[in-house]
Write a protein that binds this ligand. Structure first.
Ligand SMILES: [Zn+2]
Length: 171
């Protein structure tokens, strides 16, 4: 699948993503150019680029292998590297501003490192959980909240260091 790497193939695959089966199967271990079939990020020169950052000259004549990028795999598996817990009465009155601030941090991080993303923001009556692909973004969201709105922030790492929990609270 995907040999020849025409952009039309990408659109077709994306439309059929629900019927796509196991994306791991298409993973090409040593391919030099890979494209994520979910977000269309492209891997070349040993790093990932967002679709709109790709230097198309670099892809000319290359065989493109389809895969699912690590950020989309974490999203699909709901396997975050960082979680920011938000709680306190303050968020009820400032929900929109807080969500905008969090999304802006996510966009900024992803523009620098395409694999650094917000996976989801879950809410319930008691507060919100922001799931991020890595611990750095969770820390940055915590710092940004504290800088903008004060409150209390704490940072905790799991014993294996794979998951950072940031707790921000303002009453
Ligand atoms: Zn992706």
């Amino acid at each position: 699948m995907g040999h020849g790497g025409q952009p039309n193939d990408v659109k077709r695959i994306r439309r059929n993503i629900e019927n796509y089966g196991d994306p791991y199967i298409t993973q090409a271990g040593r391919a030099e150019v890979r494209m994520c079939s979910v977000c269309e990020a492209v891997y070349y020169d040993q790093r990932w680029y967002l679709k709109n950052q790709v230097d198309t000259k670099k892809l000319r004549g290359q065989e493109i292998h389809y895969t699912v990028c690590p950020a989309c795999r974490k999203t699909r598996d709901r396997s975050p590297g960082g979680i920011v817990h938000l709680s306190g009465d303050f968020i009820r009155q400032h929900k929109d501003d807080i969500m905008n601030l969090i999304r802006n941090e996510g966009d900024r991080a992803m523009a620098v490192n395409p694999l650094e993303r917000i996976i989801d923001i879950e809410g319930n009556g008691a507060g919100y959980n922001v799931l991020t692909t890595n611990e750095r973004l969770a820390q940055r969201v915590g710092k940004a909240l504290h800088r903008a709105y004060g409150g209390d922030v704490t940072y905790k790492w799991s014993e294996d260091n794979k998951l950072a929990r940031v707790v921000w609270r303002r009453d």
